[in-house]
Design a protein around this ligand. Sequence first.
Ligand code: SAH
Length: 285
Amino acid sequence: MHDKNALSLDAAILLLVCVGGLLLLSCKKQPALPRPVSDTPPESPSNEPEITPAQTTESAKTEPPAWPHPRSDEREDDRRRMAGVIERVYGLKDKQALAAIRNVPRHWFVPDHLQAQAYFDGPLPIGQGQTISQPYIVAYMTSLLGLDESKSVLEIGTGSGYQAAVLSELTPHVYSIEILEALGKAAQKKLKDLGYSTVQVKIGDGYKGWPEHAPFDAIIVTCAPDHIPPDLIEQLKTGGKMVIPVGGVFRVQDLILVTKDAEGEIHKESKMPVRFVPLTREKSP
Ligand code: SAH
């Protein structure tokens, strides 16, 4: 009797250990998405964890789009590894967004002195106090927009032009506005010279949107206002989606997905905490 009880206690402990072990293993296998991130440059970019060769992705093989696109084998392994990290470490499953990240050479949009860091998963300075966003954030925001080649998208904050190039992998109808003339002109020239010829860039205050091309199926804002600009809501089609970081200057902001339903009602969903450079306003004449 005593032995039998001891045996069943041993068996129960063994069972508990096994179940605990299995639970631990399954937790480790499922990385959480989304996770809080910063979009301001790291104090020392060299502290960023480098993407390792083991982290590759096989998914997201898609046909090249029907409109003009540059294709290059420069730093292809780096891009593949970066997409692999976004897919496996962050858990992003959107095949089209992952393919876009793999296809656009990020180092083309990063300043010369930061070429070594071009495929770290972090934001980097691009001059004028601005940044090229973290690759995971670029992929995640792109995936929220529900783009296909029939859809038009407006970006506020062209910066380096990288996000615009990523968007142009999914649709030929990309419009992007940059308030800083030097950055806007440089991005305009770069996108044209590289062959992203369908992207249209203008210099101006994106707070007011781009009424001449409105309404848009999607709007992506890559600088943070402290409220959602009313003109952007106005310029969103019914059924359209806007992704926008909202919050105070140099604080953690809320990445919000705004949808306009078939009745024109606005719905807001908070997706994750982020940190973007502020949306600034044009000075009145
Ligand atoms: N999407 C960019 C990152 C942009 S950083 C990339 O892929 O590189 C944010 C950019 O928004 C900066 O270049 C900044 O000058 C711009 N910006 C800030 N306020 C703006 C406004 N009101 N209209 C348009 N651009 C704005």
